[in-house]
Structures are given as C-alpha cells and as structure tokens.
Design a protein around this ligand. Structure first.
Ligand code: GLU
Length: 510
C-alpha cells in the first residue's frame, strides 16, 4: 500500500477553556504533522449544544497563536474539506446515518427517557445491547409502517448502532500496542438524535476523520475506551482500508499523589492549568493562564513536549524546530506523566537566559511601567545592562523588578537586620572617606573602581566585609544584589555619592 499522506487533526469541543492536557495533545499532533510534511487540521466538535460555551473557540485559537502552534486548515484557516465546524455539517451526518440504517448496521429507537429508566430499575446493570434490544421500542421489533407513522407524527427518536455481540475488536495503538476487547461489553451507542437533528460525538468524529482523510488520530487516553466502537463504525461503513492509526497519549497526573491533574491541583499549588487566563462567561470566575502568569511560550512548549515523551536521551532543552526533528510516537510513554510544574518554572528560567539582553529589556518595560517607572526615562542600553546583571536570578520577567528596583529608585529604607550587622558608630566616618575617594576616581568603570576601593580598604586595615556591606546597604538598601561595582558603574558617580550621603543621614538618626 502506498504511504498515506500524514493528515492529523486537533478536534476540541468548545465547552470552556482549553486544558493544558489538550494543549499537549495538539502539540504532539503538530510535531507529528510537521515532521512528516503533513497537514494539521483544526476541527470544532460542537454537536453537543448543551455544553457549548461562547468564546471558547476564540480562546483556543488565541492560545495556539501565542504558543506558535500553527494549523494548515480548519475553522478560521479554510481548506478543501470544510466546513470544519461540526454544527455546520448536519446534512453530511444525516446522509451517513441513513447509510447505516439502510445497510442494517443501525436502527431507530423510540424509547423515552422514562421507559429507559423503568428498564434500568427492572434489570440490574441494564445495557441497551443485543441481549436487551428486542425488548425495547425500536425499528428492530416494530413493523416498518409503525416506525414511519411515528416519525411522520413527529415522535422523537434516536438512531442506535447495532453492535454484534461476542466479537473480538482489535485496536492497534501506536503507543499501547494491541488492545483487544469483546464487543459484548459495548452498548448500542446513540449515533443521532432527532431532537436536535445532530449526530453524537462518535458518529461525527468518525465521519469527519474519514472525509477529511485523517491518517492518524493522536489524542488523550480518555478516548481509548471509545476506540473499539470507532473501529466497529469504520467497519460498518466499509472504511477499514482508510481507518486512521490510533495513538492514545498518557494521562497528565497530579504533581503529587495519584490521579488525574485537575484545576484544583493548580489552585492549591499555585500554577495555571490553562494556556491563557480564562474569564468564565457564566460565573465570572477568572482562572489563571500561563501567558498572564509570565511564562514564555517557548518554555511552555518545551515543558509540555516532555510530559509523556522523551527524545531517547536526557536532553531537556529543545526548540520547536528540534522537537519537530526529534519527536516520535515510539518514545511516548504508556504510563501517566506527572505534572511537575516546578520543572515548568525551571524551563522558563532557562528560556529567559536564552533570550538576548536587548529582548529582555523590551519585555521588562511593561513591568517597569506597572511599577510606576517610566521606561522612556532610561536608555535601552541602560535597561539592557540592568537585565544582564540580574536575569540569572529570576524565573519570570516580572521578577526582574525585585532584583533591580534600586537601579530606578534610591532606597527609601534600609534593611534592619543588615543595619544592625553592618552599620556601626564608625561607619559614617568611613563612608565619608569613601565618598572622598570616589570623588577623586578617574574612572568609575567597575573593575577600575573596584581596584581602588579594595586597595583603600586594605591599606586602611578596615574590615572588608563590613565596609563593603555598609557601602551596599547605602546604595541598594539591603545587603544583596549583583556585583557592587557593576551596580555603581551603572548608577554613576554622582548618584552613588548621593546615596551614600543619604544613608549616612538616614541611618544615623534611626
Ligand atoms: N471532541 C473530542 C475532544 O474534545 C475529540 C476527541 C478526539 O480527538 O477524537 O477532545
């Protein structure tokens, strides 16, 4: 058989914000498509109108835009297999439901919810299947005329899939290997409802994958139980030849303990489970997103790529291009992947370090504005130097402020414990000496200034730690931060002296 063109799809239901597990599913599909020079389709599965949430589709699209995951066709992208929104494909599904009715693979059922409920009380573990279907109100037991009359009357009905019992159903999964189940465990799934004239997920999903020539279905493990039914549907349509290959991805697990990752874990431990902030249109509740929390999209991609896949060695930092090269379903694990959100923070740190100082300076500007500092008051060169001095200490861009505020504002107070430890009765006199020394310095460049100041402290026999820390306390407000003379070089002689004077006044009266 000729190699099939790789065509994969991401097919979310617009029922709310996109969960981070869904983002990973989309990412793996994207990597797979790009690696094979295939197509990546964006399909909206909105046949369950009760669960439709306005804004969800837009949210999903915006998430992928931010993350740099691109589609070739689908809702909002166009393509030759449209429409790509299932609610716009009603007529197509109707036609295929009729195919199954005509070839006897499906039947019409009139059982009301009350009747079904009554059966459930009558028969323990009732399942609508080969063992019970002849006791029910459907076209298998009713005369053709009666069925037609009921439909003409406007009675509501569903179309059910007629599953033959006691057959072995094989699902070949590219990650899990061969999965075999007995068809008797399956019920006669509803494929179509006359009430809203819409198919259910199963029918629409199979018909679309077939018509859109999907070659691989890569999706979350929660869909594995549906796979045997899907295989049977392909068979019922006579489409075995073009059946996509399945790959069910491992679950994302809680960071600690057992079970599936949930939004509650995120709330409890303080990390987002959605790519973007989500404002629930009904409840008004706001859920945090990776973008707003300050993550770089590259870091989120890299982090997610490794949740359920590895490159076969211990390489961790990979760009999107490298991931496209390296990705393989063979290296996806069957076992659930622990959602180690702290690792996500580490990735963010690494990606901050990989950015140029110029770019970081630009990203820092909105943070400055939010802190009441006008970035326009500083040259790009100044901002670039500031970030270069402190970037090693942060995991998020916004944290740059905590480590660099003294480059923009003189201390308004001095850390008490540092004062206690480093500022004594003799300090003001020593600081005056330091001021005099600095005033006379020819160069205030870091190395040169350092040499002179250290030389003076040594010659005078002063305590190196005490003098240097008092100096730092005066300029920074506390005894921490980057190399002292890098700070003073940037602040300049005048500001440095001003700050020492200010500290001598302020601290003496404390
Ligand atoms: N609409 C399903 C979802 O929300 C698609 C599942 C599949 O990929 O088959 O994930």
């Amino acid at each position: 058989m000729a190699e099939r063109k790789v065509r994969v799809r991401f097919a979310p239901s617009p029922t709310g914000p996109l969960h981070i597990g869904g983002v990973r599913t989309a990412l793996y599909n994207y990597l797979f498509a790009r690696q094979h020079g295939g197509d990546f389709i964006f399909r909206i599965e909105d046949t369950d109108s009760n669960r439709f949430v306005p804004g969800a589709e837009q949210y999903i699209l915006e998430s992928f835009k931010w993350l740099g995951v691109t589609f070739d066709e689908g809702v909002s992208f166009g393509g030759n297999y449209g429409p790509y929104r299932q609610s716009e494909r009603r007529d197509i599904y109707k036609k295929y439901v009729q195919v199954l009715l005509d070839n006897g693979k499906a039947y019409i059922a009139f059982d009301t919810p009350q009747e079904l409920e009554a059966k459930r009380t009558e028969i323990a573990n009732f399942q609508y299947d080969a063992s019970t279907r002849l006791q029910m109100r459907n076209s298998l037991v009713m005369p053709k005329e009666e069925v037609e009359a009921l439909i003409a009357e406007g009675k509501q009905y569903v179309v059910r899939f007629r599953i033959e019992p006691n057959e072995e159903v094989h699902v070949h999964d590219l990650i899990r290997g061969e999965v075999v189940i007995n068809s008797s465990v399956l019920d006669d799934k509803v494929l179509y409802k006359s009430a809203d004239q819409l198919p259910t997920y199963h029918l629409a999903n199979i018909v679309d994958d077939h018509l859109m020539e999907v070659s691989h279905v890569i999706r979350g493990e929660e869909w594995l139980p549906s796979a045997p039914l899907h295989v049977l549907l392909y068979r019922a349509f006579g489409w075995e030849e073009s059946m996509p290959q399945f790959a069910h991805l491992p679950l994302l697990l809680k960071p600690e303990g057992n079970g599936k990752l949930s939004k509650r874990d995120g709330d409890r431990l303080g990390f987002p489970v959605f790519p973007l902030e989500w404002h629930d249109p009904k409840s008004g509740e706001i859920s945090s997103g990776y973008r707003e929390a300050g993550y770089l999209p590259e870091a989120v991609i890299n982090f997610l790529a490794l949740l359920g896949w590895n490159p076969g060695n211990d390489q961790e930092l990979m760009s999107m291009d490298e991931l496209i090269q390296l990705f393989s379903l063979d290296h996806c694990s069957k076992a659930g992947a622990k959602f180690d959100y702290k690792k996500g923070t580490w990735f963010n740190h690494e990606y901050i370090l990989r950015k140029s100082d110029e770019e970081l300076a630009q990203l820092f500007k909105p943070v400055l504005t939010a802190q009441g500092v006008n970035p326009a008051d500083y040259s790009d060169l100044y901002l670039t130097k500031v970030v270069s001095l402190v970037k090693g200490r942060v995991n998020f861009i916004k944290e740059l402020w905590d480590h660099s505020r003294f480059f923009f504002k003189a201390p308004e107070s001095y850390a008490e414990k540092d004062v206690k430890k480093r500022w004594s009765a003799e300090t003001p006199a020593i600081m005056e000496e330091l001021i005099a020394l600095i005033e006379d310095l020819e160069s205030f460049e870091s190395k040169a200034a350092e040499e002179q100041v250290i030389g003076w402290i040594t010659a005078k026999g002063y305590h190196m730690g005490n003098v240097m820390n008092a100096f730092r306390l005066a300029v920074v407000g506390e005894c921490k931060g980057p190399h002292m003379f890098d700070i003073t070089e940037l602040l300049g002689k005048e500001e440095t002296i001003r700050r020492i004077r200010e500290a001598v006044c302020a601290i003496s009266v404390m």
